[in-house]
Design a protein around this ligand. Structure first.
Ligand code: SF4
Ligand code: SF4
Length: 135
């Protein structure tokens, strides 16, 4: 089994289509919706965690591409601006997945993209706008 965190961008004509249920039913994938922004007649954006067999993931992503869903890894939409980070650690206790964590010593904060679920909890607590989520 493999797990992928991805961002789907839907064109307007797909917003009311059963795309997610097709992934579950036809490709035997488990889909966990982490974030969603869909409005009728406009583009939709979903952040998803998808789990399944490699063959199911490949076939499911092929189906999505064919119907016009744009897929990109979640990591591309979450940015840690290391140059702005002062390693104050204000975000560490708030991050639910330990995507932001600290090496102690020397008390250096680090960001692990593959653990981030784009929950945005770190955004308001960071005094230096070091975290950015591009949705
Ligand atoms: S968006 Fe959520 S999971 Fe990602 S680093 Fe911030 S608090 Fe952690
Ligand atoms: S709150 Fe911002 S500045 Fe402080 S450690 Fe976290 S990312 Fe760095």
């Amino acid at each position: 089994m493999q797990k992928k965190r991805v961002v789907f961008s839907y064109p307007p004509h797909l917003v009311d289509q059963p795309v997610i249920s097709t992934l579950v039913k036809d490709f035997e994938l488990m889909v966990n919706i982490l974030r969603a922004r869909i409005t009728p007649n406009e583009e939709g954006r979903l952040v998803l965690e998808i789990t399944g067999k490699r063959s199911g993931l490949e076939a499911g992503f092929k189906y999505l591409s064919e119907i016009g869903v744009e897929i990109q890894p979640l990591a591309q939409d979450v940015k840690w601006h290391e140059d702005r980070c002062t390693h104050c650690t204000a975000c560490i206790s708030i991050c639910p997945t330990k995507a932001l964590d600290v090496n102690r010593p020397p008390m250096e904060v680090f960001f692990k993209r593959d653990k981030c679920i784009a929950c945005e909890l770190c955004i308001p607590v960071c005094p230096y706008q070091a975290m950015e989520i591009l949705f």
